[in-house]
Design a binder for this molecule. Structure first.
Ligand code: SAM
Length: 186
């Protein structure tokens, strides 16, 4: 149901496992893989995949992604941007993306910012999928609270399309969806 052959971005790539699923299933014309690939020294993130306690060296993980998608990078289908999402997304044209997958920094402020920036970069009718809408990990209520606040602020522009376990799919309204879904509260 997600748009095929479109322009998509993944915020938070790690080893590129989910990137592969998006590439296989959506066959995007263009896919931005966005991740700073740095080991964080923030104590709050020490148990994260990229925290101080992690076994993963993020320089090596970054190199493994370049190797894994070298064919797609050489054709220009995949563009790897090694930077935190706010800066990386600023180079992408507003209203140009069909789909953004958000799975980066799970802290409240960062998730809220990722949602706001993604909304700006999305075309009308485009989709955002947000991973890890749950509270039982190092990010505590960060993801849940950020989505709830975001939805409260943008209920006229975005709607929940569906939830599947801990993933939430949002759709940016266009004129058609706005007309189809709005109506009197009964
Ligand atoms: C849970 S992993 C992503 C997993 C990947 N989406 C998958 O399913 O295969 C989270 C990733 O977010 C990245 N990350 C952390 N802060 C970020 C930021 N500000 N912008 C983008 N990515 C970030 C981390 O480096 C890490 O690789």
């Amino acid at each position: 149901m997600l748009p095929k052959n479109g322009h998509v971005a993944e915020i938070g790539v790690f080893k590129g496992d989910y990137s592969g699923r998006i590439l296989r299933n959506l066959k995007p014309q263009k896919m931005y893989l966005i991740d700073p690939w740095v080991n964080s020294d923030d104590p709050d993130q020490s148990t994260s995949l990229y925290g101080a306690d992690s076994e993963h060296n993020m320089d090596s993980v970054y190199q493994s992604v370049l190797d894994r998608y070298s064919d797609e990078i050489s054709t220009g289908q995949v563009e790897v941007i090694r930077a935190p999402s706010p800066g990386a997304m600023s180079d992408i044209a507003d209203g140009s993306l069909d789909f953004v997958y958000i799975d980066g920094d799970h802290r409240y402020d960062a998730v809220l910012l990722d949602l706001e920036i993604s909304m700006q970069k999305l075309r009308p009718g485009g989709y955002i999928a947000l991973d890890d809408y749950m509270m039982t990990n190092w990010w505590k209520d960060g993801v849940v609270r950020a989505l709830n606040v975001f939805l409260g602020a943008h209920s006229d522009q975005i709607m929940i399309d569906r939830c599947l376990q801990r993933q939430v799919l949002l759709r940016k309204r266009d004129d058609t969806t706005a007309t189809a879904t709005s109506g009197p509260v009964t």
